[in-house]
Design a protein around this ligand. Structure first.
Ligand SMILES: [Ca+2]
Length: 520
């Protein structure tokens, strides 16, 4: 697809201080902070990640009503991808892939992680990009949403971040920073309960124990309170201060900005809502939340310019998965599915392995290396960021177990797409993309619903919306891709049983490590 401008889907109605944290288990820098590659100063890296943002909701991706001029400008300065992907249709596995450079199943995170403070997450033995860059002398920071575990040992400073500010569960109220989804869910069994005890099984108030609201805002491992301050603005404020300090110190940096917007709850201050006052509520609030992100992206790029380091800074943008149709996006008690976010005409939403759940806006800019004004159909995915950035920093991706590949040759020098095949899994769904072809096994349009088709083969070049199933018309191609997908999935399952599940069981004990698929 050239630009993500397919038809808009129908909507139902109108309506601390800087520095390493004590105890952070990160190797000593292997290079001095002023070290450079043979090609010149080592680049800085900024990763913008949005949350549940649809393929079609940036103005540069064809949105007819949302306006994202600063993100559009970012894309114009480098490469915008029309066939870019997240590695999962849901939050935690997608983030695990981005930071580890592996398929989620090879990084030990295959489902949405729960939000209790005892929830384990990304296994500590899985290397991350910030940890790898830190070994090269990079300064590393995260401001935003983690969602890769809350238990000690799973937190950002355990995975290579020198400094961090934000929350660790899946979603927060944007003003009180209280975990939005966990209340009234079964609690983990208490300490001392026999292993294998079901969640919420201990006697308590009213029989089954349910969780209480949970405050979730942290700075470098310490709980902090910023009541009433809009979280997207807080991310921007921290990012600008970080860039200013890092530029002053002359140390290359990796700055990870995982916005929780536009994930529910659908909150935005009036100044953003007023920009879209002409739109029905569901669309107004979506565009307002993205407009706040757009301002934050602009604040970051402006500060890079002010500090004179824009040319040597590589910036990357994508969403963690497709738009959410969950009814809790509504804030008035409506139980209808929510279509305030759009996948730009692609089929499916968050939770689905059809394109709408996994295809994402993708942007990569680096003024000193990447030609401006490119729109590329090269398929790639979040797991490619690790090897691409590490190589660009002068590191050796070959020293790590990675599924991702370096995409810089394709983006900066017109080399062929690096991937022969890209795979996905979610519950019973498995999918593979090979060139123009995409096969989905047990594909679901709606979480919790039966699969739409056992086998669905699409030609994405002519049918990016996956409307026509070619499995019967092209049985040999369907069989070959099915065999490849099933073989890949079998490897993921075998490793899970052998390596990750015993670890999760041992660590989690009586804690439900993942959440069930939310009811709509
Ligand atoms: Ca998400």
């Amino acid at each position: 697809m050239a630009g993500g401008t397919l038809a808009h889907p129908a909507r139902r109605r109108n309506r601390r201080p800087v520095g390493g944290r004590p105890g952070a288990a990160v190797p000593c820098p292997a290079m001095s902070r002023s070290a450079s590659t043979a090609a010149g100063p080592r680049p800085n890296f900024v990763v913008f990640l949005t949350d549940d943002q649809g393929y079609g909701d940036l103005s540069c991706m064809g949105s007819p009503d949302c306006r994202t001029p600063r993100i559009d400008a970012l894309a114009a300065r480098g490469a915008r991808f029309t066939s870019w992907y997240s590695n999962s249709p849901v939050c935690s596995p997608s983030r695990a892939a981005l930071l580890s450079g592996r398929y989620p199943g090879n990084a030990g995170v295959r489902a949405i992680l729960a939000g209790h403070r005892t929830t384990p997450g990304l296994p500590p033995e899985v290397p991350t990009l910030p940890a790898a860059l830190k070994r090269l002398g990079y300064r590393t920071a995260l401001f935003g949403k983690w969602h890769l575990g809350l238990a000690p040992g799973s937190r950002p400073h355990d995975h290579g971040f020198d400094e961090w500010f934000g929350f660790m569960a899946g979603c927060i109220d944007y003003f009180s920073h209280i975990f939005y989804w966990g209340a009234n869910r079964p609690l983990p069994a208490p300490a001392g309960a026999p292993p294998g005890s079901p969640p919420g099984s201990a006697p308590g108030e009213g029989g089954q124990r349910l969780s209480n609201p949970l405050h979730d805002l942290w700075e470098n491992g310490e709980e902090v309170y910023r009541d009433g301050e809009y979280f997207t603005d807080l991310i921007a404020e921290r990012a600008v201060a970080f860039i200013r300090e890092a530029a002053r110190d002359g140390q290359p940096f990796f700055l990870y900005l995982p916005f929780n917007a536009p994930h529910y709850p659908m909150h935005a201050p009036r100044k953003y809502r007023d920009r879209f006052a002409h739109l029905p509520w569901d669309r107004q609030i979506m565009c307002a939340m993205l407009s706040a992100v757009d301002d934050a992206v602009g604040a970051v790029t402006d500060e890079l310019e002010r500090q004179g380091i824009a040319g040597q800074t590589c910036l990357y943008y994508q969403s963690d998965n497709g738009p959410s149709r969950e009814s809790r996006n509504w804030l008035d008690g409506t139980l209808d599915p929510y279509y305030g976010g759009t996948a730009g005409g692609l089929k499916g939403h968050k939770f689905s392995l059809y394109e709408g759940g996994i295809r994402s806006p993708g942007i990569l800019t680096w003024p000193e290396r990447i030609p401006a004004g490119q729109v590329l159909d090269v398929p790639g995915a979040a797991m490619d960021v690790f090897p691409t950035f590490l190589k660009a920093a002068g590191g050796d991706p070959g020293a790590y177990e990675l599924d991702g590949l370096d995409v810089l040759p394709a983006v900066a020098a017109g080399a062929p797409a690096p991937h022969e095949r890209i795979f996905w899994e979610m519950g019973r769904q498995t999918a593979v993309r090979e060139g123009r072809w995409k096969l989905v096994l047990n594909g679901q349009l709606v979480e919790g619903a039966p699969p739409e088709d056992d086998v669905f083969l699409a030609d994405l070049e002519t049918d990016p919306g996956e409307r026509t199933n070619l499995a019967t018309a092209q049985p040999e191609r369907a069989a070959a891709l099915r065999a490849a997908a099933e073989a890949w999935r079998a490897g993921i399952e075998a490793r899970w049983q052998r390596e990750w599940l015993p670890r999760v069981n041992g660590l989690a004990g009586r804690t439900p490590a993942t959440v069930d698929v939310p009811a709509v």
